[in-house]
Design a protein around this ligand. Structure first.
Ligand code: ACK
Length: 281
């Protein structure tokens, strides 16, 4: 029901996923794993399990549930319920049989069977989902982490936006009250460099998704943690023009040097030393 969420008994979830067996894993993300679960005879769902060992993880869980409760659209993933057990949090979604667009484009069965017609339809579905968030939600919702791994495909290859952990429901927020978030390669330059976050930040990411659909390759290759570290080590001494550095860099480095932020620092660094990245749309 709009505005509310079903609390699903953990015992039922545990049974439905057969104790979270490896064979039931649909995929993994930065937050944890997504499992397939049979809730009853007719209902197979996807369950995201988040280990809430940090306040950030708990916040992302809360944020996603709060937002998905009130947003409903054919091109946005449906929230079916949530649950918790100790430090673990569970979000139950409709099952998207064809996984993410990222896996379709870059997965093991590389060069997938996505025809041009399907790619155009996926682009249109994504645009419709975004238009709903930007134009029809009140307050406006900015996704903040649009990328091919967050675009999921159902049995008929209808595309739906997922992963609202970083989304914000008030477009007037800026770098002073929210942390820089997103994914290298998809983050809009004005957000990365000046912390200016608007619905256009999602539109930039959408542009990158369009390029990816068109070219069939990633805009920026994924970096291993060691690569991030070496980019940062290499790039930081070259950042001599402090005026070009966004204010957000210093506190991020000082306060929270975990992998996620290291990644962001690397992104800032790369953009600062390469003013014309070859994939900027
Ligand atoms: O590409 P995938 O198989 O599809 O790998 C990712 C992984 O979990 C991390 O996001 C998959 N996934 C996420 N949500 C769902 C869902 N609702 N239905 C099916 N698969 C999902 C996604």
């Amino acid at each position: 029901k709009k505005g509310s969420v079903s609390l699903i008994d953990y015992k039922l979830l545990e049974k439905a996923t057969e104790y979270f067996r490896e064979s039931n894993i649909l995929g993994e993300g930065g937050f944890g794993r997504v499992y397939r679960a049979q809730l009853d005879d007719n209902l197979i769902v996807a369950v995201k399990m988040i280990e809430c060992q940090s306040q950030d993880a708990e916040k992302e869980f809360q944020n996603e549930v709060d937002l998905l409760c009130i947003i409903q659209h054919p091109n946005i993933i449906s929230l079916l319920g949530c649950s918790s057990q100790g430090d673990a949090r569970f979000i139950v979604y409709e099952l998207m049989q064809n996984g993410s667009l990222e896996t379709q484009l870059h997965g093991p069965s590389h060069g997938s069977g996505l025809t041009w017609h399907m790619r155009m339809k996926i682009a249109l579905d994504t645009a419709r989902g975004l238009e709903y968030l930007h134009e029809h939600c009140n307050p406006q919702v900015i996704h903040r982490d649009l990328k091919t791994s967050n675009i999921l495909l159902d049995a008929n290859f209808n595309a739906k936006l997922s992963d609202f952990g970083l989304a914000v429901a008030d477009g007037t927020q800026n770098k002073n009250n929210i942390k820089l978030s997103g994914t290298l390669g998809y983050v809009a330059p004005e957000y990365l460099l000046d912390g200016k976050l608007t619905d256009k930040s999602d539109v930039y990411a959408f542009g990158v998704v369009l390029l990816e659909l068109l070219l069939g390759r990633r805009p920026v290759e994924k970096l291993a943690p060691s690569q991030c570290q070496s980019i940062v080590t290499w790039a930081m001494p070259q950042l001599t023009d402090r005026s070009k550095l966004p204010n957000i860099v210093d506190p991020v480095i000082k306060d929270t040097m975990d992998l996620k932020h290291l990644y962001q620092v690397a992104a800032v660094a790369v953009l600062c030393v390469q003013p014309e990245p070859s994939y900027r749309p």
